[in-house]
Design a protein around this ligand. Sequence first.
Ligand code: NAI
Length: 466
Amino acid sequence: MKVIKNICCIGAGYVGGPTMTMIAAKCPHIEVNVVDINSERIAAWNDINVDNIPIYEPGLSELVAETRGRNLFFSTDVDKAIQAADMIFISVNTPTKTYGVGKGMAADLKYIELCARQIAAVATTDKIIVEKSTLPVRTAEALKRILDNTGNGVNYEILSNPEFLAEGTAVSDLLNPDRVLIGGEETESGRLAQQALVDVYANWVPKDRILTTNVWSSELSKLTANAFLAQRVSSINAISELCEVTEADVDEVARAIGADSRIGSKFLKASVGFGGSCFQKDILNLVYIAQSYGLHEVADYWEQVIIMNDHQKRRFAKKIVETLFNTVSGKKIVILGWAFKKDTNDTRESAAIYVVDYLLSEQAEIIIYDPKVSAERIFSDLEYLNTRTNKENRELVTVVENPMLAFADSHAAVVLTEWDEFKSYDWKQIYAAMLKPAFLFDGRMLLNHNQLVDIGFQTFTIGKGQ
Ligand code: NAI
């Protein structure tokens, strides 16, 4: 039976950082080395002040403080960590391809392939390779071929161990997962490798929550889980539009259907649309895989989840313009929240980016506040869209650190992330500072609208209308 003493994780991002910190915390007998080619990111993970680690997650900096330098290490020396490891997690990014065949849909696997080639070039002892990144079904086959054909004759076992944590609750999700999924080859050595990883998780996860499957089921389950979760959001968002024209209330509908145990109450919150680095890219990847196998109806079915999400973002932005008397040109609009959801500093695919881009195209003057996202990040997100030059973005957008200073002479406030602090603002004072009529658009159904209306605001919220 293989006992794991040394783990290497390639990729110190939103998944690699928190997952390895949890393994180090729960397995003090295992040395965990997290490596990345991004030296700035590694420097931030090693910052003396743990509050400066590159990823904001409630409870994470405390865990890093406990483990870093004990059995958790962050480094740019990828080769050394590969050499020393019994088990190597690959946790690098797998974004949507932006070029060539599958552009805009397929997962770009170049980072994964580079890792495999580097492992093969460096390793001189047997390794268990763990796919932690979300990958298209049957990627393990490609990895194995690269490792076996370019390596030094050592033996590789490949496992799929997709990560189900949600940003914003990563620490509690890792501490108390609904399940851990480990896919392995159905051979004797495959089963031994699978058991070695089961034993790592069994240090803190109850055995009945550790599921083992074949590799392909495990790879496909991750894409399927994200597709199902995103589909629930798009389903309730589709109903939210119907609520707005029928005077039904989407919160009431969600409560009524969620009480049905066959449906369940989670992930039924209507909003301006889902964001994050995963849902869109993973569904697009699923659509692409279905298309590649000629399963066009399957592809179309899942693609609709994305189409609905894009529609939801666009119609919210359109609603703002229509409500402000069909023009926002030169009007000051305050945006509250840029992260794709609360309790994270991740902004990838955030609905805020697309709503603001729409408003900028209508020549609005935008003031943005987010408690955890830097101005630099916001401008680079806008720049990435390539809708206008960076100079033009900077002329129209101001990022503030004190939200209370943002509202003077503004026409509208728009909530795009559900940060709790927005609920505790002095909305009377904000109303006083704004131009009248003062409009409030709540893309997250976060605030108390009866109170806001009493203050004098004209409010609009998803799924409830005006
Ligand atoms: P990320 O972009 O935050 O981190 C990836 C890191 O890998 C980067 O720091 C990058 O510099 C590094 N990297 C890339 N190529 C490398 C190489 N050859 N050698 C060393 N380092 C390299 O990405 P994130 O969010 O951590 O996602 C990683 C994977 O996990 C993706 O496949 C994603 O789909 C999946 N995932 C993400 C979740 C999330 O909430 N962010 C949740 C579950 C899965």
